[in-house]
Design a protein around this ligand. Structure first.
Ligand code: ADP
Ligand code: MG
Length: 292
């Protein structure tokens, strides 16, 4: 049966925009020693904007951008939406329909269009040779500025890239600060590159980060954290985060996250308001004292 203190804690939480799907999650929160955060859509707004677009000069730019827009138009990824918007707004391209587009989670998208094979996605997907061959120093610098760099490959050769910048939520730094003061270790898990992750980690002040995570890597990292810290919470918004949310002692979803994240989580932050996490932990600690 639910203790009166737990009930009042749950209703207190609801008033503050923290939805507990059961008393046990509120009770578990006081034990949390570490919290893992997804980057895109959780620590950041998840609304990236294109900042740079470079196509090798021996290519027909309109043809490349037509293909990129057509292919990315079939993907639901936030990067894809930003890329399509940018191309539509800045170039005169017609949106044609490519043959089947394959979404490779954590890597990018690929398709065949007008007889050419296209791949659009992260550097690691293309191997070392393609990286060295194309403006490495430029893309390195962009990553160090916290931008996500997406490469365009046509018939096995990288012929261009697009850089996108997502904005860190204005409450993120405060939220991390409060958790640190409460003695909790903060870790960022992201599918993004090492240098982009490093830049965002510095901007948000998290204690640690793990870059180049695939959805299953996020689960592996969580299991490591559980071994090290005992009780660990995970905060996320995406379909990609659902397995990690389920693995964590307490899964916390951003209120505007995807349905799968909301369904999987134990706690929902109604207004995407990250500082509410520290508040929820205070609530849980206070309740624990009352129950004792
Ligand atoms: P995160 O964990 O940062 O939300 P994801 O796991 O969704 O990232 O994706 C990791 C990386 O894969 C992205 O940073 C991007 O480089 C690449 N990627 C994924 N989907 C796409 C896409 N539709 N178009 C271009 N790049 C993509
Ligand atoms: Mg996300």
């Amino acid at each position: 049966s639910i203790m009166p203190a737990t009930l009042s804690g749950i209703s207190n939480g609801a008033r503050k925009g923290i939805l507990f799907k059961g008393g046990v999650h509120l009770e578990n929160l006081h034990k949390v020693k570490a919290i893992a955060f997804d980057k895109t859509g959780t620590l950041t707004k998840g609304k990236p904007e294109v900042t740079n677009l470079v196509i090798r000069s021996d290519q027909r730019k309109d043809e490349v951008l037509t293909a990129v827009a057509a292919i990315e138009n079939q993907s639901n990824h936030p990067l894809a939406q930003a890329i399509v918007m940018y191309i539509k707004n800045n170039y005169d391209v017609a949106l044609t329909s490519p043959e089947a587009v394959e979404d490779i989670p954590g890597f990018g998208v690929q398709s065949t269009l007008n007889g050419a094979d296209w791949k659009i996605g992260k550097a690691e997907w293309f191997g070392e040779h393609t990286l060295e061959s194309f403006q490495e120093s430029v893309t390195d610098r962009l990553s160090q500025e916290g931008k996500t760099v997406v490469f365009i490959e046509k018939n096995g050769t990288v012929i261009g890239f697009i850089a996108l910048k997502d904005t860190v939520r204005k409450e993120t730094e405060e939220a991390i600060e409060q958790l640190k003061k409460a003695g909790i270790t903060t870790i960022m898990l992201t599918g993004d590159s090492e240098s982009t992750a490093k830049a965002i980690a510095a901007e948000t002040n998290v204690d640690h980060y793990v870059a180049r995570c695939l959805p299953e890597t996020k689960v592996t990292e969580l299991k490591k954290l559980l071994k090290q810290y005992g009780t660990v919470a995970m905060v996320g918004d995406g379909i990609n985060d659902a397995p990690a949310l389920a693995t964590a002692s307490v899964g916390i979803a951003m209120g505007e996250g995807t349905d799968v994240a909301l369904e999987t989580a134990d706690v929902v932050l109604m207004k995407n308001d990250l500082p509410r996490i520290a508040e929820a932990i205070r609530l849980s600690r206070r309740m624990k004292r009352i129950v004792k």
